[in-house]
Design a protein around this ligand. Structure first.
Ligand SMILES: NC(=O)c1ccc[n+]([C@@H]2O[C@H](COP(=O)([O-])OP(=O)(O)OC[C@H]3O[C@@H](n4cnc5c(N)ncnc54)[C@H](OP(=O)(O)O)[C@@H]3O)[C@@H](O)[C@H]2O)c1
Length: 369
């Protein structure tokens, strides 16, 4: 990693700025380029980080994800690009072509079904260019698959896996809100039971223990693309992911959006994302932070067992940035070697990944019963 250069696109945004700082503070990466459309903002962050970590390690760049020529020039300077924005229009296609052109590695944080399909459809070309492409990196999406892979090792047969996730932060940025709105329509809630994923409804709300910080409260079933293949891969009989409340008003905005699914999506995504971001800023109350827990039940040596792994962090964007930085390290240090597109949660080496996340500030608690 110490010879590598990384470009963080959206590098002064909410997630990007924490990723940039962590890369400089906690890894030996040679150089980080902070990129986005506003060169002035990139310049300001770069200057303050240069004062702390050295001018030779960080620089700013004005880059627009819509500008293919500019993007190609920017990617030609680095070994890895970390994309910290929600793709709009044909930006994912532009990025894919630029990555193929430069032959570098790639990480994104965005849960976007169309982008996923696009990258998967070009898997052979990416592999031929030796590009390691990790999609949906971060805490959620990202870490649920890592927890499942870790827990599955503890059993000969896994019966029930229940994931609980809750994040609470007033500073939900525009691109994050945009992804929540898009995802709510692209991926209806689903649970895995009786050998298949089944769509479910709000009637499937359950009271969930979200740990000491957030207590017991209602959790709504949600689905992530990264979960789809895992029940078959690890022979899990039932799999559930429950998401805790953002706040009652923001939950209401998301519910309304789901109920109005017959309305056209394209023109309404931006105003709904603004409404959601506003409702999160205005109505979210402490305690803040993030909690993610897996409770896995199964059979080991003929006996029933249960393992629980809990991840906690007081700051949502730090919790987002840590897994991204650890995944970047696993690519650049040669721990992940398979080229082509994969979900971050499927590609990383789970045990070293969790150990490194703990070192960087995620609290990890493991319990066997
Ligand atoms: N997996 C996870 O755990 C997790 C957690 C949190 C967020 N996320 C995802 O991370 C992404 C970023 O979220 P965020 O909260 O950091 O959003 P944000 O604060 O709005 O940051 C977006 C950044 O992208 C830049 N940007 C937007 N359009 C651009 C373009 N066309 N060209 C170049 N730069 C552009 C923005 O700067 P300019 O507008 O100045 O260009 C800004 O710096 C979202 O997809 C979100 O869903 C994932």
């Amino acid at each position: 990693m110490d010879k590598a250069a990384i470009l963080v696109l959206g590098g002064y945004g909410s997630a990007g700025s924490v990723i940039t700082r962590l890369l400089l503070a906690k890894t030996a990466v040679k150089h980080v380029i902070i990129a986005g459309r506003r060169a002035q903002k990139a310049q300001e962050l770069s200057q303050s980080l240069a004062a702390e970590f050295g001018e030779e390690r960080v620089s700013p760049l004005g880059v627009d994800a819509d500008d293919e020529a500019g993007l190609r020039q920017a990617l030609a300077q680095v070994d890895l690009v970390i994309v910290c924005l929600a793709y709009r229009d044909d930006q994912a296609e532009i990025m894919l072509r630029a990555v193929l052109d430069s032959g570098i590695h790639y990480i994104d944080l965005t849960p976007d079904a169309q982008k996923q399909q696009l990258f998967t459809s070009r898997a052979d070309e990416l592999a031929a260019r030796s590009c390691i492409v990790l999609t949906e990196a971060g805490i959620i999406p990202g870490c649920p698959s890592v927890l499942i892979r870790l827990a599955a090792r503890e059993f000969d047969r896994v019966t029930v896996v229940t994931l609980a996730s809750l994040y609470r932060d007033r500073d939900m940025a525009m691109d994050g809100a945009r992804d929540l709105i898009t995802h709510a329509r692209q991926q209806p809630a689903a649970v895995y039971e009786q050998g298949r994923w089944q769509q479910t409804s709000l009637r499937a709300l359950r009271r969930i223990d979200f740990g000491d910080r957030f207590g017991r409260q209602l959790g709504a079933p949600v689905f992530l693309d990264e979960l789809h293949a895992l029940p078959e891969r690890y022979q899990i009989e039932s799999l559930y992911l429950y998401q805790g409340s953002l706040n009652p008003v923001a939950d209401g905005v998301l519910l309304l959006w789901r109920l109005l699914a017959f309305l056209p999506t394209d023109q309404l995504v931006s105003p709904m994302a603004r409404l959601l971001a506003w409702s999160i800023r205005r109505f979210t109350r402490p305690p803040f932070g993030i909690m993610q827990r897996i409770t896995a039940q199964g059979i080991k040596n003929g006996r029933s067992q249960q393992v629980t792994i809990t991840l906690m962090q007081a700051d949502m964007y730090r919790a987002t940035a840590i897994p991204v930085v650890v995944a970047a390290r696993q690519i650049l240090d040669g721990v992940i070697t398979e080229p082509g597109p994969q979900f971050m949660g499927h590609a990383v080496q789970p045990q070293p990944f969790i150990t490194e996340m703990e070192r960087l500030g995620i609290k990890v608690k493991v319990n066997h019963e």
